[in-house]
Design a protein. Structure first.
Length: 166
């Protein structure tokens, strides 16, 4: 007897596509609007918000910064295929966010730094900063194909480790 569960195909519905498209269009529209209608400011003023922003805009900026392209593409796919296992990240966040708030920010804020890479350059040299940025970009660029190969093509982890050199 054939198991009917075996032939169930998981595809996006119209609502899934609509939510995905809307989540891409809204930030682009806001960026285009403020790019043309906003006043011209330096990149440091934009990154630091001229140090006059309230709690809500800063919180929204942190959330937007935290959501990377890999998480936008990877998390929905992980949840779609494996269920609520991604909620375990919330437990990790309970430890990571206070660490950042009480260890990293007290160092970076008085120095008026906009990124950890600036700190690396100040503490060591420009080569260390560039190497750290390259390693981060390289890791992110390699993560997305790994996730898609694992989830959509059904490859096993060992084959992916060999394929992508992990």
């Amino acid at each position: 007897m054939v198991n009917s569960q075996q032939f169930v195909k998981k595809d996006f519905e119209i609502a899934d596509y609509a939510i995905f498209v809307i989540s891409l269009i809204i930030p682009v529209a806001v960026g285009v609007y403020y790019g043309f209608a906003g006043q011209k400011r330096s990149s440091r003023e934009i990154l630091l918000g001229s140090s006059r922003l309230g709690i809500f805009p800063v919180a929204m900026a942190l959330i937007a910064t935290y959501m990377s392209a890999v998480s936008v593409m990877g998390y929905p796919s992980e949840i779609y295929h494996f269920g609520g296992m991604m909620l375990y990240y919330l437990v990790a966040y309970l430890f990571v966010f206070p660490l950042v708030a009480y260890v990293f920010l007290p160092v970076m804020h008085p120095l008026k730094l906009t990124s950890v890479y600036e700190y690396l350059q100040m503490r060591f040299n420009k080569t260390v900063r560039q190497l750290a940025a390259f390693i981060f970009c390289f890791q992110v660029v390699r993560t997305y194909p790994f996730l898609t190969s694992k989830l959509h093509a059904g490859f096993v982890y060992f084959n992916l480790f060999v394929q992508y050199g992990f």
